[in-house]
Structure formats: structure tokens, C-alpha cells
Design a protein around this ligand. Structure first.
Ligand code: SF4
Ligand code: SF4
Length: 321
């Protein structure tokens, strides 16, 4: 039994799925950045990318469901050749779906992507953008030199298109700690971000999501390399908060990989924890599953899950409590 499962058992809790409400699709590992905390180990040299055939299979499956939200992530999801095709096909479905792009902001300024922000605005795509701090030092340390300045330029461009201002064009920012500690209070940090970004850069946005760093991928390597992994795990275990378990994103999200394979969440995806059929033998892809039969399915967990239940909890939509 992993340490998370053990902690759940000690608190007389179990973790099972509810009705799916979000289809989160990780379309590939290619990214223009190589951030220190990246749980995907994404970067410019990664070759894993969703093909058009897989996009079509996913959209055809989605068309038969009433799942209301499609959340595109990566890497930098915008860098796969069929990113716009994916969005256009989703938008063309009979039942209207809400589409989210998890964007690192700097991609909007890269050559070849000049008209991307306009495309996103025209298609009413919500943007959830990484912005680990409102000061240049912390952002550049975590994400690379010049990333802060690029992010501010991209945010200004998005504001000029109505993002963060027009209710049809939500713009949310994501904070994650720059080291081995838990995020501070989301409400307080959101107020700080709003004040500082408006005062110094004239930038506005809707919500700030605080997300904890999970001990996997590049962040786990950093912890191991600096002999801090045990201390971080202890911090997560000591901060376990049973009240967060109902709101964990794995309860209502289906996570899909670039080949169409299915997981309980994007973190499990990076750890290769693909779903198996009930009999145990067959690895499952999205087109193998019936969304109406997922309620009460047991969620696959590991030690890393303790990052989602520490303190106020952490999910793709920020703090849980
Ligand atoms: S954290 Fe996001 S922006 Fe940074 S390397 Fe990973 S996928 Fe790219
Ligand atoms: S890591 Fe994934 S499976 Fe584990 S608690 Fe977090 S969202 Fe759920």
C-alpha cells in the first residue's frame, strides 16, 4: 500500500470517481520552455505529439457524451500541428462545450504563432496561464531568463483582445511554489497578484489558482538531487487534510494522453498509470470506455497524491478549500 492509500485508510476514507465533467487532454510533450518544476519533463526536443487520427477518435467519442468541458494541456498544447483543428472540431459539436487552453503565455509571442491569441479569442477559449510570481526574479529563476518579460507582453496582448475583461474570455493565472514548500493562501495571493500586476504593468486577470508541486518529473529530480525528497514527503504527509478528498480533480476528470490512453489525472499520466480493464489485462484508451459506467470506479493512487491533499488541497482549478 502506498503512503497516500495508507493515509486515506488511517482516516477511514477511500477515493472513487464521481460523474465525469472534464475531459483533460494532454496533446503532447513538446514545449518552448524547460521549466524547473515541470512534471511532464516537457521541452523543445520532445517528439511525442497527438496525431490527427487520434484527435478525430477523441472528438468522435466526445460527441457521444455530455461532458461539458475540454481542457487542453501539454507541454505547450498550441505547438502540436492539429491544435486549432482540435478546437474547431470541438466547437462544431452539436452540444456546446467549454474549451480551456493551458498556456505558458510565451508561446503566444513565438514566430509562427502571431495570430494564435486572436484565434483563441474568436473561439471563446478560456486561458489558464502559468505565472509563478508577479516579480521577474522568481519567474525567470523557475522558467528561464526573459520568461517574465515575455509573459507580461503576452498578458497585455490578451487584455487588448478582451481576455480578463469580457466575461466570455476568462483569463486565469496559475501560481506554483518556486521550491519545496506549499502554496500560500490563494485568496490573499490573488489579491497581491491583482494589485501588483495592475500597478506595475497595467495587466488584469480573473482568478489566481494556487497549485502545489507534486514530487514527480523534473521537480522530483530536483528534490532528489538536493537530498530534499524525504523532507518534502514529510511536509506533505504532515499537512494531509481529509476535507480535500471530495474535491480532488481525479474524481470528475478523465485524463487522456497523446495516444488516446486514459488515466485518472495528468500526474498519473506522467507516471504511466494507465487504466486497465476490470479483468486486469487490457490497457484502456478513451474509445474503450463508457463515461456512464465510470461512477464509483476506484482511483489509482501513489505517494505523489499527497501533494493534492496537503493544506488547502490542490487541483487544476487551484486550491480545493
Ligand atoms: S511547466 Fe509548462 S511551460 Fe514549463 S516546460 Fe513544463 S509544460 Fe512547458
Ligand atoms: S495525483 Fe491525481 S490521482 Fe492522485 S490525488 Fe491528485 S488528482 Fe487524484
Amino acid at each position: 500500500m502506498n503512503r497516500f492509500a495508507q493515509t486515506l485508510a488511517e482516516n477511514s476514507l477511500s477515493l472513487r470517481r464521481a460523474r465525469p465533467e472534464i475531459l483533460q487532454v494532454n496533446v503532447g510533450k513538446i514545449c518552448n520552455l524547460t521549466c524547473m518544476h515541470c512534471h511532464v519533463n516537457a521541452g523543445p526536443k520532445r517528439k511525442e505529439m497527438m496525431t490527427r487520427e487520434t484527435v478525430d477518435r477523441i472528438i468522435n467519442w466526445l460527441a457521444e457524451t455530455d461532458i461539458p468541458t475540454v481542457d487542453l494541456t501539454g507541454g505547450a498544447p498550441e505547438m502540436i500541428p492539429d491544435f486549432r483543428y482540435f478546437i474547431k472540431r470541438t466547437r462544431a459539436l452539436r452540444l456546446r462545450r467549454h474549451v480551456i487552453d493551458r498556456c505558458n503565455l510565451t508561446i503566444l509571442l513565438e514566430r509562427g504563432y502571431e495570430d494564435l491569441s486572436e484565434f483563441l479569442a474568436t473561439n471563446n477559449v478560456e486561458i489558464i496561464a502559468s505565472m509563478p510570481c508577479y516579480s521577474p526574479q522568481n519567474v525567470n529563476a523557475q522558467r528561464g531568463e526573459g520568461v517574465f518579460e515575455g509573459s507580461i507582453a503576452a498578458l497585455r496582448m490578451l487584455n487588448s483582445l478582451g481576455y480578463g475583461i469580457d466575461p466570455e474570455l476568462p483569463l486565469h493565472l496559475v501560481y506554483n511554489p518556486v521550491g519545496e514548500f506549499l502554496p500560500p493562501s490563494q485568496a490573499k495571493l490573488e489579491a497581491d497578484y491583482k494589485r501588483e500586476l495592475a500597478a506595475h504593468f497595467g495587466v488584469v486577470f480573473n482568478k489566481l489558482y494556487t497549485i502545489a508541486n507534486l514530487p514527480i518529473g523534473r521537480f522530483a529530480s530536483y528534490l532528489r538531487h538536493n537530498n530534499k525528497l524525504d523532507d518534502y514527503m514529510r511536509l506533505l504527509i504532515d499537512a494531509f487534510n481529509p476535507a480535500t478528498t471530495d474535491g480532488l480533480m481525479c474524481r470528475n476528470t478523465i485524463s487522456v494522453g497523446w495516444r488516446g490512453e486514459v488515466y485518472d489525472c495528468d500526474f498519473n499520466q506522467q507516471l504511466g498509470m494507465q487504466w486497465f480493464s476490470n479483468g486486469g489485462g487490457k490497457r484502456l484508451f478513451l474509445w474503450d470506455i463508457d463515461p456512464d459506467l465510470l461512477e464509483d470506479r476506484e482511483i489509482m493512487t501513489g505517494d505523489h497524491c499527497l501533494g493534492c491533499t496537503a493544506g488547502a488541497g490542490s487541483s487544476c482549478g487551484g486550491a480545493i478549500l
